[in-house]
Design a protein around this ligand. Sequence first.
Ligand code: GLU
Length: 440
Amino acid sequence: MSDIKVRFAPSPTGYMHIGNTRTAIFNWLLAKKLGGKFMLRIDDTDKERSRKEYEDAIRESLTWLGLKWDEEARQSARVTRYQEVTARLLAAGRIYPCYETAEELDIMRKKLMTKGLPPIYDRSALKLTAEQIALYEKEGRKPHYRFKLIDGDIVWNDLIRGECRYDAAKLGDPVIIRADGSYLYHLPSVIDDFDFGITHIIRGEDHVTNTAAQIQMFEAIGGKTPVFGHLPLLTGAEGKLSKRLGSVGVLDLREQGIEAMAICSYLTKLGTSDAIEPFYDLQSLADTLDFNKLGRSQPKFSEADLAHFNTHLVRNMPYSFVADRIDSDETFWNAVRGNLTIVSDYKQWKNICRCAVTPIIEDAAFLSVAAELLPAEPWNEDTFSSWINEIKNRTNRKGKDLFHPLRKAITAMDDGPELKILLPLIGYSRVHSRLNGIAA
Ligand code: GLU
């Protein structure tokens, strides 16, 4: 195994949705392709919003999608380590305390903006004297902490966006610890990525500016900066970044009969120069992974398209893929899959083949002739055509007039798999009774 390691780092503050699922998939596929490891990191530093229920759902979603993880970590269990690094960076002057209240910061931002300047923190906390600090402390103010960026360009070669360049002076020193002592996402993420040896970070392009600041954090703690790749964000069908996307839950999609491999295939190929086509296992999908094929524009995600694609995937699905989920054999699956919308629809056809069906009789006289001509078993693949020829000769019917009444009597449905395939699956006794108008 190579030393490649990626991670998926969800905050358990909501269910797994299409957006973070896509991030998880790309990371997992990259690990698979490069023979590396995939780590699950639970970013639960926000105590208020993190919930066990969400974490459980994230695990369930990943497991269902087939995205197994080799290792896991939880940020809430690592706070001592974060404090240790913080103390070191404080001593080195890369982290500094600030005493402004939220209101004061807001006023500072507004002032800058009315002057047409970017609302960047002016580092006034660095100019505080020991007396001023003592005064604030006496007032009961608790400091929040910022990470001090070093002026200059921050440059990296992004797997997806190519060369990225940010002027540190324009970023503003990020707050990393709140006044209540809790950590914001930035620094713990870097410490974890460093400690766990993360080599590649694939995440949404909403993190691009975080990356610029985090690169300096990696350097400050003496760690090697991982390779970054920022995925263009998905947009909703209406073309804008859609709130709705955040609520398309993976487990809801499962409930609707969307296949895990439909989600994985669809999300991997969406926005790439490859066609969106069904893959039935993750390894084959991983083999095709190529970040160069990913465009820079934001691809549109549509639930309706996914459902449509899912049907396409189901209709071509090899039996081996469903064998452990359906209680029917390969002959049956191959006969019906082309008529399914979702896998569980197979039950309807199973009932038609194996359970009593009340036939729909459109022309009793014609159907009883057909019943009379029905050959005795054993039946083979030619049975149907020789039977149909006999009916044709006797009744002079053809086309729809010939087939439709037979189909309605035999299956009580308007359409479905070819009758020649269904007939042997239903068997003489039921077919004969149904043609005679008897539920069987
Ligand atoms: N917990 C962060 C998020 O969900 C992780 C971001 C990252 O991948 O670094 O946005």
